[in-house]
Design a protein around this ligand. Sequence first.
Ligand SMILES: Nc1ncnc2c1ncn2[C@@H]1O[C@H](COP(=O)(O)OP(=O)(O)OP(=O)(O)O)[C@@H](O)[C@H]1O
Length: 976
Amino acid sequence: MSSLTYDLTLAGLSVGAAAALTGIGLIVTYRATGVLNLAHGAIAMVCAYALRGLVVDGGWPVWAAATVTLLVVAPGIGVVLERFVFRPLSVLGGDPAQTLVASIGVFVLLVGGAALLWGPGARDDAPEVVPAEPWGQLAVVVVLAAGVAATVRWTRFGRELRAVVDDRRLAVLAGIDADRVATAGWAFGAFTAGLTGVLLAPYVRLDPYGLPLLVMEVVAVAVAARMRSLTVAVVVALGLGVAQSQLTRLHPSGWGEPLLQAVGANLFVVALLVAALVLPGVGTRDALPRTASARVPTPPGAWIVAGVLFLLPLGFAGRDLHTSVQVPALAVVLLSLVVVTGRGGQISLGQAAYAGLGALFTALLAAGRFPGLPRLPELPALAVAVVLVAPLGLLTGWPTISRRGLALALATFAVGVGVSRFVFAQPYATSGLTLGRPAGFDGDRAYYLLELALLGVALLAAHALRRGRTGRALAAMRDDEPGARAAGVRVPSLKLLAFVSGAALAALGGGMLGMGLRAFDPGAYDPVRGLLWFAAVVVLGADSTLGALAAAALLVGLDAGARGGVAAAVIGLLAVLVGRFPGGPYDALRTATNRLRLPHRAHLTPLGRHLRTRLRPPPDHTRPRPGLTGATALTVRGPGPSIVTPEPLRPWRRPGGAPSADTDSAQGVPNGAPPADTDSALGVPNGAPPADTDSATPAPGTAPHPARPAARPEPPREHRAPTPDIRPRTTPAPDRPSSPQPRPTTAPPLLTARGIRVAYGGFTALDGVDLDLPPGRVTAVVGPNGAGKSTLFHCLAGTVRPARGRIGYDGRDITRLAAHARTRLGVARTFQQLAVFPTLTVTENVRVGAEQGRIVDPGAVERSLRLLGLDGPVRVLPAAGLPTGTLRRVELARALAGGPRVLLLDEPAAGLDTAEVAALARVLKALAADGTALLVVEHDLDLVAGLADVVHVMAAGRIVASGPPGRVLDGHEGAP
Ligand SMILES: Nc1ncnc2c1ncn2[C@@H]1O[C@H](COP(=O)(O)OP(=O)(O)OP(=O)(O)O)[C@@H](O)[C@H]1O
């Protein structure tokens, strides 16, 4: 090996070793806590400053200072973060969106705090702990990686660690001390961060912004290792380090030279872009940032106050006015986050890139240096820049189609870093690019007035995107993406719309900011700003335009003083604390969404599945709920004649024919109401405990089913079939709509499945299943756990694509059609685990279904609300916090509002009490009588017996018996 190659390899190994340390730390923290510690680089920076402080200012020997920094300060930071920031969040439910926001908050807090403490300038006197030669650093990395790998694989602690990462709640129930595991993970992660900072600081600029960002750029190493394999992380880190170093030897001529130089200097950023955008996303089980986008009610008069405050600077002069000029511009940038994150529910950490591109393009266009376009005056240049940047929103928009949560955060962060390094850091942008203000608006006051006008336009645009059909669809997508798809919302295009609009708004704000500063300053749009802006918007109410205005004023105002970093420190502190405010917006959302959810098997690793099975609550014996223990529990008598009991379509009514007053527990049962009436809309007897506060699939350790007002006795066999035991007990209301005659039973099926086969890995979940759903009939699918019912349901609904077979609808092949497209054709569904939109009111929930469904019928919302007994006071309440029984009806009303011809119901009775189940059965029978084809996947055989026209029994991925319930369910007698 030539001496140059050798020297470059050694230099590359040195850089790679530091990157490997970061990778190891990030992976261990992630494995121990499920948190991707975005503050890793900031911890590294603080430790580097601490070491420098002890050595340079305190006069300590390097070895003593390094020992204290690495063994006390760094792990101490980790323990403090775990104890006071992340543990409270995980105890509250471990919402990944909250932990993500909190880790961004810690990053911003540490960066701001460091700028306040040590000043924003760079230092070049960081002490050297390990000699510049790489062998020492390499040895440290190899020993650390081997030690961690051995611990994770072979020790009890390692097993506990994996269990905690899989599912903290389940691990705790299995007797694991999750806090101890998390504390150890955080302490070790912070130690590696400290080591990275201490090793890197002598060779790079030690400043509060640069070092953290540098460390975060190498997050690619951990992502490439899928946040799992330490070996892969170390190999990738060393490989990238050496490759980056060797690239400096190449000097191609022509256009390739600047490109190669840029790539060579930023190979870790290239790797980050590839890892975040091209490789499959990590952390896909993370939720959307639901909690980061709560609807914050606007206090009365707030807009007037905001208007007055924004007009105040017109009375300022000099430096104050000059500073104020930044506020409207920044407010426009932050409005872009309101649209993307607040309303659309998409994490976007790269918004600073679009703002910077807006400023850069405006400056280049105004200077006549934009390739292929003539020189333009400033205002048209700004308008053209906005138009040019808008489609670039697809850069962060398209990853959202397949990514969410952590994977999306990484993808958008990567785009922000990539644009910053490959566009903003190039000579044309860094060589003092000036940007004038539009003619006639040169003075600060006149320019401020122009900004207010542009801010007004941006506010109108943001309002338009947040209101009406689009706004409701965005909110639905944010609240519950599968639910939104099921309601017919075109989720992929809506995400792209959000990002394109967001990019346009950010570009407008960025251009305004550049004009305010009269120059393009790349530092004003670096990725750290992107994190700060994201945190600020989240903290002050992501779905609030007023919050964006307040955040802009706060950020500019706090940093207007002599010391920089105040704004970052304050916003960081608030972001760290925001998930912990009791009674805050998070609580309502958490109760509405999280309480119902035990992670689905599909989202768990094998260990999690094992724990879930072990810890599954025992069956609820307070309610007779005959289950199938296996196909052998049934006696199959073969197909018999179909039974169709046509019933008129009529609302969910109380006896006597009057539409039910809503007596949801949220509303309270009216005083003096008649005694327990199981035929009422809700079937909640007076004085009975609220029908539900629990989940259909309850969290471990809680009762598996909500308290029921009365146990439902199992009907005698002869009452179950062929005469359904659940019959309407009310006389039809005189004003009920006349319903068409049911279609003859010979009508061709509307939805068909032929030869459906689905395999998960090597396991065949469905093996050649055929199914027909004729109009006007209720078809039920029953079977023991794991029989394949849900998988079949998903195939019909479009959420699982079969490996083989065909799904047909009305003669058309829809096998490859997406879920939302099926809904728009007329195949609606409900969910086993509720999928409602908690921030929308009951009426808005139903309206989403009506607006996106098969037919747009202005009367559909009212009709559906009435049919499901939701037309009382409950209609104006947000879905968050309503009882399960009500939410089930909301979900059903939403599905019906789109005018479906086929309705797929996944365990519709889960979480309902006896009376609610009876009322539900009546509605479903009425729908069938009205010509709808219904599929019910249900464990409640009473319901199936009374409701279904034909029952299919599944076992081991096949349909093993079919026929009328009276025959097929006969053998169920005696089953436990
Ligand atoms: N995403 C997945 N990955 C791996 N295996 C899966 C996945 N989803 C389902 N399975 C397996 O496929 C089989 C059928 O599962 P499915 O959920 O369809 O059954 P089911 O009849 O609906 O059961 P249950 O009544 O408990 O919901 C089960 O053995 C299940 O463990």
